[in-house]
Design a protein around this ligand. Structure first.
Ligand SMILES: *Cc1c(COP(=O)(O)O)cnc(C)c1O
Length: 349
């Protein structure tokens, strides 16, 4: 088979959720962020796995993402929408029983005019300037919204992956001030915030990337393996080149394997000249430009002809590959393409 194989370890996702849940003490609840198709790994299967592990609150970016989640989970689990109540969303929110995170006076007005009495949450801007009510807006609306009983009042940290960044304390202080004496469950932290310590935990945490094996959760169990079949091998003689643009030239007789995935599969062209593929734990450098569907790999040092080489594996996780591409693990995961033969292991349902 020519297709590359993407193996997703659902058991590892469940284990990562449990470990992040155990990292917060006592009454702190742990939600699960499964936006963007569970960071590209498969919305329905991941949602079911996490529900089975004990998650009861799920977070998505937009209301339209929720249909697959509601279908997978059935009634019961709470599904929150970060982008809030957008014009035209009222029916979806009502029919799928979603909880929009109201981000502004406009969204609050839309919500109470269209589906008064339907559950809602509130998102506050504590300094990131991305989503949420600003302090002055919130001050004006706080009593009215608090009186309607928000399911959650949340904000988001901009620099939580840098524990020593001064922004963390600034946002913590502002979030505390904005929510002082408020009678509603509070949430500030995603994966990075969980690792900052108990002051950041409040009533509910919202981990995403840590569930999927990415930094800043260094202790995460690896979740993905991506194995690329070798289509063909050849010898490049000294002076011969590999790939578009002749960017790599053999200095010694070199055995070159061509593997079956490229930038159309989310293996960014920026990996040209930096990527390693693995035969077990033996690294093999990618050579020549990354093509749309193929990558050349120097396997001169291997004693056998491998049928496939791994580009995501225990020896090279999503963050190591991200670094080679000059990006972050989040982008590597959410870029993984639709052509892979996806295998799920460790399902708990
Ligand atoms: C994506 C997101 C999260 C999850 O963040 P991770 O860094 O992946 O843990 C939590 N809250 C909000 C508002 C988000 O946008």
């Amino acid at each position: 088979m020519g297709r590359a194989t993407l193996t997703i370890d659902l058991g590892a996702i469940a284990a990562n959720w449990r470990a992040l849940d155990a990292a917060t003490a006592g009454a702190v609840e742990t939600g699960a962020v499964i936006k963007a198709g569970a960071y590209g790994l498969g919305m329905g299967r991941v949602a079911r796995t996490l529900a089975h592990a004990g998650a009861r609150k799920f977070f998505l970016a937009i209301a339209e993402e929720a249909a697959a989640v509601r279908a997978a989970l059935g009634p019961g689990p709470e599904i929150y929408v970060f982008s809030g109540h957008m014009p035209g969303d009222a029916e979806l929110i009502r029919d799928l029983d979603l909880i929009p995170m109201l981000n502004s006076l406009d969204q609050a007005t839309e919500h109470f005019e269209r589906i008064a009495g339907h559950p809602f949450a509130v998102q506050l801007d504590s300094g990131m300037n991305r989503l949420g009510m600003e302090p002055a807006e919130w001050a004006a609306l706080r009593d009215v919204l608090a009186g309607e009983g928000p399911r959650l009042v949340a904000s988001h940290l901009a620099c939580a992956d840098e524990p020593d960044h001064e922004m963390n304390q600034i946002q913590l202080d502002l979030f505390r001030a904005m929510t002082a004496d408020l009678d509603a469950p509070l949430s500030l932290s995603a994966t990075g915030g969980i690792l900052l310590g108990t002051a950041y935990h409040f009533d509910l945490t919202r981990p995403g990337i840590g569930l999927y094996g990415g930094a800043p959760y260094a202790d995460a169990a690896p979740v993905v393996r991506l194995s690329l079949p070798v289509i063909q091998t050849r010898i490049a003689e000294p002076g011969e080149t590999v790939g578009y643009g002749n960017t790599w030239r053999a200095e010694v007789p070199s055995r070159i394997a061509t593997v079956n995935a490229g930038y159309a599969d989310g293996l960014m062209r920026a990996l040209t000249g930096t990527a390693q593929l693995y035969d077990g734990d033996v690294p093999c450098p990618a050579v020549g430009r990354v093509s749309m569907d193929m990558i050349g790999v120097d396997i001169t040092h291997l004693e056998h002809a491998p049928a496939a080489l791994d580009i995501l594996c225990p020896a090279q996780g999503v963050d190591a590959l991200a670094e080679a591409a000059g990006t972050i693990g989040y982008e590597v995961l959410t870029s993984l393409g639709s052509r892979y033969d996806r295998h799920y292991e460790g399902a708990e349902t």
